[in-house]
Design a protein around this ligand. Structure first.
Ligand SMILES: [Zn+2]
Length: 698
C-alpha cells in the first residue's frame, strides 16, 4: 500500500507550449515535446509505452546532458541579473522537464514484458536517483538560488513557497555550512548511509527456522502444514518469513512453540543490528546538530506537516490516553479466554507470543466471518466497476474505458473527463501478477499535471499496479475484503494524481509533505466499510444481482473495531519508540524498547529478545516518520466526517474535497488546506470514533 514516485525530486512528464486547440493530430510529432506521447486525437497528453531498450538508453544519456546544460545556464547568470523567472522558475522547470522525459522509461523497469527493457530501465533509475540527489548538493546551484533569495524579492505566496522549499532542500543537504563543516557532513552522511544499508541487508539475509513436530502444529490449517518443508527426521520447518510466522502466531495451539518462534523472530539480527542501530542514531544526532537542529526528529519534521516533535508526542499521548480504556478492556477479554481455555492465570501477563493467538481465538467467538464465502460476492470486475461508478458520482466526472496504448494486453486504460467532455487525465489499471512485474500493490504517477509555458495544463496520468489473484478455472478473479480495501486505497492515490491543479511540477499530485501522502488513500478506505457502498460494489459471481447479505456486512463492519484498542496502542508504542530514538540521547535501545512496550502496550517484552534489531522502518526511511501512519489516518478520518454528514455519494462534498485537498497538491502548507476544508484544525476525535470509541467510552 504505497505510492511510488519514480524520482524523488519530481516525477512529471512534459509537453511544452501547445495551445489546447492546436493539439497534435494522430501520428503528428511535436519537437517541443519531451515526453513519450501517443499523439491521439481527442486524448491530449496521453502517453505511449512502446519504449525499447535502445530508447531507454538514449533517454538516459540525452536527458542528463540536457539537464546539465540547463543548470549551467542558470549558474552563469550574473547575480545582479537574477530574477524569479530566470533562476527559481528555470530551476524548477529544468528539473520538471527532466522528470517528464525520464518517468515513463523508468516505469518500464516495473512493468515491461521485456526483461532487457526492465534491466535497462532499472539501471537508468539508479543513475537518475543518484544524479538528482547530486543536484541538491551542488554548491554553485545553491549559490545561484541563494543570491536571488538574498534580494528579498516580493513574490506571490505560491512562488515564495516554492523558493522556500528549494532553499530548505539545499539546507537539508548541508549547503549552508562552511566548506570544512560540509566535508564533515558528507563524511558522516556516508557513514550513516552505509550503516543503514548494512542494517537492511542483514534483515533481508537473515535465515533461521524452527523445527517442530506434527503435534506442535495443532491449530494450523491443513494446507499450511502441507506447504511446510520437512527434515530428514520428519520434523516440519517453520521459517521466520511472514507467510509462516503470522499463521503460527495466530493459530498454533501450543504455547511453547509460539514462545520459541517469537524468541527467534524478535532476535533476528540481534548480534549485529542493535549496534548498527545505536551507531546510526548517534550519526543522525551529529548530522542534525551540524545542520543546526536539536535532534534528528526536528530535522525530519522541518519539512512536514507536524513541524515539531512536540506536536507528534502530544498527538500520540492524547490518542493513547483515550484509547487506553478500550485496550485494557480488550486485554481483559483475551486474558479471560486464556484462563478458560488454557488455564493460564490472569496474574500472568499477556506475552508477546500469546496476544495474537488469543486475539484470534477471541475473534472467533465474537465475529464469525467466513472470508471464503464473502469473496464470492466480490468478483474483481464488479468491484472495480462499482468503485469507478461511485467515484464518478462523488467527484462529478466521467470515467470511461478508452482506446489507448498500454504496456501489456491485460492493462485497462481509462480516460477521466469533466462532465463537459474536457479531459482531466488518464488512469491505467494493471492488476494481475506476471514474471518480472513489480510484486506489490502501488499507484505510480506517470505524467504529472503541470502548467506549461503558455498556460496550457498538462494532463496527468497514473497507474494502479497490483497483484490480485488471477481468475481460477470457471470463475472470475475473486477479492477478499482486504483486497477491496486495498483497491480503494490505491484509488485514493489516483485521485491525488488525477485531480491535481498545481502549477508547478514540484507541487503536483502526490508530491506533498511526507506525513500527508497517505491522507487521500486512507480517506477512500472508508468507503470500503460503508454498507451502501458494499451493496453497490458487490454481486455474487454466479448471480450478480445477489448483493453481499446484510448479516455479512454487519459482521464485517463490527470486525473493523473489535481489536482496535490493542492494535493501535501497539502502533503508538512503536511510534513512541521511533520518536524516543530520534529525540533523546538513547544509549541502550533494548532497555528503552522494553520500558515503552510495558508502559504503552501493556505487555512486557519477552526476556532476551531484541525486536528493534529487525525494525526495518527505523533505518529504511521511516526514521522519525513512523507517526505518519496514525497522523494521516487522523486527518483522513476527520475529513471523512464531512462525507458522513452529507452522504458518501454527495457530489458537493466531493467537489469541495477535490478543490481544497486534492487540487492544490503542495501549493501551500498542508495544514492550511486541511483547515480550509474543515473550517478548523484537524483533531483525533473522528479517528477515535473510527476505532470504535463512543461518546461514553471516550
Ligand atoms: Zn498508500
Amino acid at each position: 500500500m504505497l505510492v511510488r514516485s519514480l524520482l524523488t525530486i519530481l516525477a512529471v512528464v512534459c509537453c511544452a507550449g501547445l495551445a489546447f486547440a492546436e493539439l497534435p493530430k494522430a501520428g503528428a510529432t511535436n519537437p517541443a515535446c519531451k515526453v513519450q506521447l501517443a499523439n491521439i486525437e481527442g486524448m491530449p497528453f496521453a502517453p505511449r509505452f512502446d519504449i525499447s531498450k535502445e530508447e531507454v538508453e538514449k533517454v538516459a544519456s540525452d536527458s542528463r546532458k540536457e539537464l546539465d546544460a540547463r543548470l549551467e545556464e542558470i549558474v552563469k547568470i550574473p547575480a545582479a541579473k537574477r530574477t524569479f523567472d530566470n533562476t527559481v522558475k528555470a530551476f524548477e522547470a529544468a528539473l520538471s522537464d527532466f522528470g517528464d522525459v525520464t518517468t515513463l522509461p523508468i516505469f518500464m523497469s516495473y512493468v515491461s514484458k521485456d526483461a532487457a527493457v526492465r534491466d535497462a530501465a532499472a539501471a537508468f533509475e539508479e543513475m537518475a536517483s543518484k544524479y538528482t540527489v547530486e543536484i541538491m548538493t551542488r554548491r554553485d546551484l545553491y549559490n545561484a538560488i541563494n543570491d536571488f533569495a538574498q534580494t528579498k524579492p516580493q513574490l506571490t505566496e505560491e512562488d515564495q513557497f516554492l523558493l522556500d522549499r528549494i532553499m530548505l532542500g539545499f539546507k537539508r543537504n548541508g549547503l549552508m555550512l562552511s566548506e570544512a563543516d560540509l566535508a564533515k557532513y558528507k563524511e558522516l552522511k556516508q557513514q550513516l548511509v552505509a550503516t543503514e544499508l548494512k542494517f537492511e541487508k542483514n534483515i533481508r539475509d537473515w535465515k533461521d527456522q524452527l523445527e517442530v513436530t506434527k503435534e506442535e502444529l495443532e491449530g494450523l490449517p491443513e494446507d499450511f502444514v502441507a506447504g511446510l518443508a520437512t527434515t530428514t527426521v520428519g520434523k516440519f520447518v517453520v521459517t521466520l518469513n511472514y507467510p509462516d510466522y503470522f499463521p503460527m502466531m495466530d493459530n498454533a495451539k501450543n504455547d511453547d512453540v509460539r514462545r520459541r518462534l517469537e524468541s527467534k523472530f524478535n532476535n533476528r539480527c540481534a548480534d549485529t543490528n542493535v549496534q548498527l542501530l545505536e551507531e546510526g542514531l548517534q550519526l543522525r544526532q551529529q548530522l542534525a546538530e551540524l545542520l543546526g537542529y536539536k535532534n534528528h526528529a526536528e530535522y525530519q519534521l522541518d519539512d512536514r506537516m507536524a513541524k515539531k516533535p512536540e506536536t507528534v508526542i502530544e498527538f500520540l499521548d492524547r490518542l493513547h490516553g483515550k484509547l487506553l480504556p478500550k485496550a485494557k478492556a480488550e486485554l481483559k477479554d483475551r486474558l479471560a479466554l486464556r484462563v478458560k481455555e488454557a488455564g493460564i492465570r490472569t496474574t500472568e501477563p499477556m506475552m508477546g507470543w500469546q496476544w495474537r493467538y488469543w486475539n484470534n481465538q477471541y475473534s472467533k467467538t465474537v465475529l464469525d466471518i467466513d472470508k471464503e464465502a464473502m469473496k464470492q460476492y466480490f468478483p474483481l470486475e464488479t468491484v472495480m466497476n462499482g468503485m469507478l461508478a461511485i467515484y464518478s458520482e462523488v467527484f462529478d466526472v466521467v470515467m470511461e474505458k478508452a482506446k489507448l496504448p498500454v504496456w501489456h494486453e491485460e492493462v485497462m486504460p481509462y480516460v477521466v473527463k469533466e462532465k463537459n467532455g474536457e479531459v482531466i487525465g488518464y488512469l491505467y489499471i494493471d492488476l494481475f501478477p506476471r514474471d518480472g512485474k513489480y510484486k506489490h500493490q502501488a499507484c505510480f504517477g506517470l505524467v504529472g499535471g503541470r502548467e506549461l509555458p503558455g498556460g496550457v495544463y498538462q494532463k496527468p496520468a497514473c497507474a494502479i499496479v497490483g497483484n490480485f489473484n488471477r481468475p481460477a478455472a470457471g470463475q472470475p478473479s475473486l477479492l477478499t475484503h482486504d483486497d477491496v480495501e486495498t483497491m480503494f486505497h490505491e484509488f485514493g492515490h489516483v485521485t491525488h494524481n488525477i485531480f491535481t491543479k498545481a502549477r508547478y511540477g514540484m507541487f503536483s499530485g502526490t508530491a506533498v509533505a511526507r506525513d500527508f501522502v497517505e491522507v487521500p488513500s486512507t480517506i477512500l478506505e472508508n468507503w470500503a466499510w460503508n454498507k451502501d457502498v458494499l451493496k453497490r460494489i458487490s454481486g455474487h459471481w454466479k448471480n450478480p444481482s445477489e448483493k453481499l447479505p446484510d448479516a455479512m456486512i454487519d459482521r464485517l463492519i463490527k470486525s473493523r473495531t473489535f481489536d482496535s484498542g490493542l492494535v493501535n496502542v501497539r502502533q503508538i508504542f512503536l511510534t513512541k519508540f521511533d520518536m524516543a530514538c530520534h529525540t533523546t540521547d538513547l544509549k541502550n535501545t533494548t532497555i528503552t524498547y522494553g520500558k515503552l512496550q510495558q508502559k504503552i502496550m501493556l505487555m512486557p517484552k519477552s526476556v532476551g529478545t531484541h525486536p528493534q534489531a529487525s525494525f526495518g522502518h527505523l533505518m529504511g526511511g521511516y526514521d522519525a516518520g513512523y507517526y505518519g501512519y496514525l497522523w494521516a489516518r487522523a486527518i483522513s478520518a476527520d475529513i471523512f466526517t464531512e462525507f458522513e454528514k452529507n452522504g458518501v455519494f454527495d457530489g458537493t462534498t466531493g467537489k469541495k474535497y477535490r478543490d481544497l485537498i486534492l487540487a492544490p497538491g503542495r501549493t501551500a502548507d498542508q495544514n492550511v488546506q486541511v483547515q480550509a476544508f474543515l473550517g478548523r484544525s484537524f483533531n483525533e476525535d473522528a479517528l477515535l470514533r473510527q476505532f470504535g470509541l463512543t461518546a461514553d467510552t471516550k
